[in-house]
Design a protein around this ligand. Structure first.
Ligand SMILES: [Fe+2]
Length: 221
Protein backbone atom coordinates (compact mmCIF):
# COMPACT_ATOMS: atom_id res chain seq x y z
CA UNK A 1 0.00 0.00 0.00
CA UNK A 2 1.32 3.46 -0.84
CA UNK A 3 0.67 6.67 1.03
CA UNK A 4 1.35 10.38 0.24
CA UNK A 5 5.04 11.20 0.56
CA UNK A 6 6.22 7.63 0.96
CA UNK A 7 9.21 8.35 -1.30
CA UNK A 8 10.43 11.20 0.94
CA UNK A 9 13.67 10.32 2.77
CA UNK A 10 13.47 9.19 6.40
CA UNK A 11 15.94 10.29 9.10
CA UNK A 12 18.21 7.49 10.24
CA UNK A 13 18.03 6.81 13.97
CA UNK A 14 21.78 7.54 14.25
CA UNK A 15 21.31 11.01 12.71
CA UNK A 16 18.25 11.55 14.89
CA UNK A 17 20.28 10.80 18.03
CA UNK A 18 23.16 13.03 16.85
CA UNK A 19 20.82 15.93 16.12
CA UNK A 20 18.70 15.73 19.25
CA UNK A 21 20.69 18.32 21.19
CA UNK A 22 21.32 20.62 18.24
CA UNK A 23 20.06 24.20 18.80
CA UNK A 24 16.97 25.17 16.82
CA UNK A 25 16.72 28.46 14.90
CA UNK A 26 14.01 30.65 16.44
CA UNK A 27 14.56 34.18 15.19
CA UNK A 28 14.20 34.03 11.42
CA UNK A 29 10.57 32.93 11.68
CA UNK A 30 9.74 36.49 12.80
CA UNK A 31 11.06 37.91 9.51
CA UNK A 32 10.30 37.66 5.81
CA UNK A 33 11.84 34.61 4.15
CA UNK A 34 11.34 34.50 0.37
CA UNK A 35 10.73 31.47 -1.81
CA UNK A 36 10.06 31.14 -5.56
CA UNK A 37 6.35 31.46 -4.74
CA UNK A 38 6.55 34.30 -2.18
CA UNK A 39 8.62 37.33 -3.20
CA UNK A 40 9.00 40.91 -1.99
CA UNK A 41 8.65 43.36 -4.89
CA UNK A 42 10.66 46.50 -5.35
CA UNK A 43 7.71 48.81 -4.57
CA UNK A 44 7.16 50.33 -1.15
CA UNK A 45 4.28 52.39 0.23
CA UNK A 46 4.09 54.58 3.34
CA UNK A 47 2.96 52.35 6.20
CA UNK A 48 1.75 55.35 8.22
CA UNK A 49 -0.50 56.46 5.35
CA UNK A 50 -1.74 52.88 4.83
CA UNK A 51 -2.78 52.68 8.50
CA UNK A 52 -4.42 56.07 8.41
CA UNK A 53 -6.35 55.10 5.25
CA UNK A 54 -7.43 51.85 6.93
CA UNK A 55 -8.86 53.76 9.88
CA UNK A 56 -10.75 56.04 7.50
CA UNK A 57 -12.12 53.17 5.36
CA UNK A 58 -13.21 51.21 8.45
CA UNK A 59 -15.03 54.31 9.67
CA UNK A 60 -16.87 54.65 6.35
CA UNK A 61 -17.49 51.02 5.36
CA UNK A 62 -16.86 48.43 8.07
CA UNK A 63 -15.81 44.85 7.34
CA UNK A 64 -18.26 42.41 5.72
CA UNK A 65 -18.35 40.11 8.76
CA UNK A 66 -16.63 39.57 12.08
CA UNK A 67 -14.53 36.52 11.17
CA UNK A 68 -13.63 36.74 7.47
CA UNK A 69 -13.78 40.47 6.99
CA UNK A 70 -13.45 41.98 3.51
CA UNK A 71 -13.76 45.53 2.19
CA UNK A 72 -13.67 45.73 -1.64
CA UNK A 73 -11.47 48.46 -3.12
CA UNK A 74 -12.16 47.71 -6.81
CA UNK A 75 -15.36 46.95 -8.68
CA UNK A 76 -16.83 46.35 -12.11
CA UNK A 77 -17.24 49.80 -13.73
CA UNK A 78 -20.43 51.46 -12.56
CA UNK A 79 -21.21 48.76 -9.96
CA UNK A 80 -23.90 49.77 -7.50
CA UNK A 81 -25.70 48.00 -4.72
CA UNK A 82 -24.64 45.08 -2.53
CA UNK A 83 -21.75 42.69 -3.24
CA UNK A 84 -22.72 39.15 -4.26
CA UNK A 85 -21.10 36.16 -2.54
CA UNK A 86 -18.98 35.49 -5.65
CA UNK A 87 -17.89 39.16 -5.76
CA UNK A 88 -16.33 38.54 -2.36
CA UNK A 89 -15.08 34.99 -2.95
CA UNK A 90 -14.91 32.95 -6.25
CA UNK A 91 -13.51 29.78 -7.82
CA UNK A 92 -10.86 27.81 -5.95
CA UNK A 93 -9.71 24.22 -5.83
CA UNK A 94 -8.94 22.12 -2.80
CA UNK A 95 -8.32 18.57 -1.66
CA UNK A 96 -10.80 18.73 1.14
CA UNK A 97 -10.66 15.34 2.83
CA UNK A 98 -8.94 11.99 3.22
CA UNK A 99 -9.60 11.04 -0.41
CA UNK A 100 -6.85 13.54 -1.47
CA UNK A 101 -8.97 14.36 -4.47
CA UNK A 102 -8.91 17.85 -5.94
CA UNK A 103 -12.32 19.47 -6.45
CA UNK A 104 -13.55 22.89 -7.62
CA UNK A 105 -15.61 25.14 -5.34
CA UNK A 106 -17.72 28.22 -6.21
CA UNK A 107 -18.01 30.02 -9.54
CA UNK A 108 -15.26 31.58 -11.67
CA UNK A 109 -14.77 35.33 -11.32
CA UNK A 110 -13.35 37.38 -14.19
CA UNK A 111 -10.83 39.43 -12.22
CA UNK A 112 -10.09 41.68 -15.20
CA UNK A 113 -13.61 43.14 -14.93
CA UNK A 114 -12.78 44.69 -11.55
CA UNK A 115 -10.97 47.57 -13.20
CA UNK A 116 -12.52 50.53 -11.37
CA UNK A 117 -11.42 51.79 -7.98
CA UNK A 118 -14.44 52.11 -5.67
CA UNK A 119 -15.42 55.76 -6.30
CA UNK A 120 -16.34 56.72 -2.74
CA UNK A 121 -12.87 55.69 -1.51
CA UNK A 122 -11.06 57.52 -4.32
CA UNK A 123 -9.87 60.21 -1.90
CA UNK A 124 -7.97 57.68 0.26
CA UNK A 125 -4.32 56.62 0.03
CA UNK A 126 -5.51 53.21 -1.23
CA UNK A 127 -6.46 54.85 -4.57
CA UNK A 128 -2.86 56.02 -4.92
CA UNK A 129 -1.67 52.48 -4.12
CA UNK A 130 -4.00 51.11 -6.82
CA UNK A 131 -2.87 53.59 -9.45
CA UNK A 132 0.84 53.03 -8.66
CA UNK A 133 0.47 49.24 -8.91
CA UNK A 134 -1.55 49.64 -12.13
CA UNK A 135 1.48 51.23 -13.80
CA UNK A 136 3.23 47.86 -13.63
CA UNK A 137 0.46 45.25 -13.88
CA UNK A 138 -3.25 44.74 -14.34
CA UNK A 139 -5.04 44.71 -10.97
CA UNK A 140 -8.26 42.70 -10.53
CA UNK A 141 -10.19 42.48 -7.30
CA UNK A 142 -8.37 44.46 -4.68
CA UNK A 143 -9.70 44.01 -1.17
CA UNK A 144 -8.82 44.77 2.40
CA UNK A 145 -8.91 41.42 4.19
CA UNK A 146 -8.94 41.06 7.94
CA UNK A 147 -8.06 37.80 9.65
CA UNK A 148 -8.98 37.50 13.30
CA UNK A 149 -6.85 35.87 16.00
CA UNK A 150 -6.41 32.07 15.85
CA UNK A 151 -7.88 31.75 12.38
CA UNK A 152 -6.77 30.07 9.13
CA UNK A 153 -8.05 29.95 5.55
CA UNK A 154 -8.77 26.70 3.75
CA UNK A 155 -5.82 24.93 2.08
CA UNK A 156 -6.59 25.73 -1.55
CA UNK A 157 -5.31 27.12 -4.84
CA UNK A 158 -6.67 30.07 -6.85
CA UNK A 159 -6.76 30.69 -10.61
CA UNK A 160 -4.49 33.75 -10.28
CA UNK A 161 -1.58 34.94 -8.16
CA UNK A 162 -2.07 37.74 -5.61
CA UNK A 163 -0.25 40.70 -4.19
CA UNK A 164 -0.29 41.29 -0.43
CA UNK A 165 0.40 44.56 1.33
CA UNK A 166 0.30 43.94 5.09
CA UNK A 167 -1.08 46.92 7.04
CA UNK A 168 -1.51 45.47 10.54
CA UNK A 169 0.19 42.23 11.54
CA UNK A 170 1.94 40.26 14.28
CA UNK A 171 4.71 37.61 14.20
CA UNK A 172 2.15 34.80 14.39
CA UNK A 173 0.60 35.89 11.08
CA UNK A 174 1.99 33.58 8.44
CA UNK A 175 1.52 32.89 4.76
CA UNK A 176 2.15 29.42 3.37
CA UNK A 177 2.48 28.50 -0.31
CA UNK A 178 3.16 24.83 -1.06
CA UNK A 179 5.94 23.81 1.34
CA UNK A 180 7.13 27.28 2.28
CA UNK A 181 5.91 29.36 5.23
CA UNK A 182 6.84 32.96 6.05
CA UNK A 183 5.76 36.00 8.01
CA UNK A 184 5.00 39.11 5.89
CA UNK A 185 5.94 42.22 7.90
CA UNK A 186 3.77 45.35 7.72
CA UNK A 187 6.56 47.58 6.45
CA UNK A 188 4.92 49.11 3.37
CA UNK A 189 6.38 46.50 1.03
CA UNK A 190 4.40 44.68 -1.62
CA UNK A 191 4.61 40.89 -1.53
CA UNK A 192 3.92 38.64 -4.52
CA UNK A 193 2.26 35.38 -3.47
CA UNK A 194 1.85 32.74 -6.13
CA UNK A 195 -1.54 31.56 -5.01
CA UNK A 196 -1.80 29.33 -8.07
CA UNK A 197 0.06 26.98 -5.73
CA UNK A 198 -1.63 25.51 -2.65
CA UNK A 199 -1.72 28.09 0.11
CA UNK A 200 -3.30 29.33 3.28
CA UNK A 201 -3.02 32.34 5.58
CA UNK A 202 -2.85 31.84 9.33
CA UNK A 203 -3.19 34.31 12.16
CA UNK A 204 -1.75 32.62 15.23
CA UNK A 205 -1.32 35.91 17.08
CA UNK A 206 -3.57 37.62 19.64
CA UNK A 207 -4.81 40.53 17.49
CA UNK A 208 -6.42 40.70 14.02
CA UNK A 209 -4.17 41.15 11.01
CA UNK A 210 -5.17 43.26 7.99
CA UNK A 211 -3.74 43.05 4.46
CA UNK A 212 -4.55 44.59 1.11
CA UNK A 213 -4.89 41.63 -1.27
CA UNK A 214 -5.00 42.17 -5.04
CA UNK A 215 -5.61 39.52 -7.71
CA UNK A 216 -3.41 39.61 -10.83
CA UNK A 217 -5.55 38.60 -13.82
CA UNK A 218 -2.55 38.46 -16.18
CA UNK A 219 -1.33 35.45 -14.21
CA UNK A 220 -4.49 33.42 -14.75
CA UNK A 221 -3.84 29.80 -15.72
FE1 LIG B 1 -6.47 32.04 -1.96
Amino acid sequence: MSYPGDRAPSLSLADFQDGLRRPVARDEVASFQPSPEIQRLDIRFDIGKLRQALREVERRKGFSDDVWGAIPLTQRPGHQGPWSQSDLSGLYHMRADERYQEEAFEDPVDEAQFSEFVPDLADTYFAEVHSTLSQYMKIGRMRILRKVSYNANSWHRDPEPRLHIPIVTNPGSLFIVNNHCTHLPADGHVYFTDTRGYHTAVNGGLAPRVHIVAALPEGRV
